[in-house]
Design a binder for this molecule. Sequence first.
Ligand SMILES: [Zn+2]
Length: 112
Amino acid sequence: MSETTPICPQCGSNEHYFDGTFTVCLGCGHEWDADAGAENESSLNVKDSNGNPLASGDDVILIKDLKLKGSSSVLKKGAKAKNIRLVEGDHEIDCKIDGIKIMLKACFVKKV
Ligand SMILES: [Zn+2]
């Protein structure tokens, strides 16, 4: 179970309830899938290096060594990221590898 309280992506209210499938905001009536993260994920069209569509919750592996920004660590090719989260911005994937939060571009991974 998550300890963080999600807020409504529409109005920012933290007063909402879970109806079994979606979280429903009491403030504006907006429904979203809190388990999957951001409500706009379905509109994200992210593909891995093979052109396979990626979704939040997928597991991926790196297809090349990647240097971590701001660190001397290198993520090795083949390192596995479980339960990725798709995001919008200058990178497409938020994930953790070896407990370290990583931001990845989808072109450097493939779905497993
Ligand atoms: Zn709302």
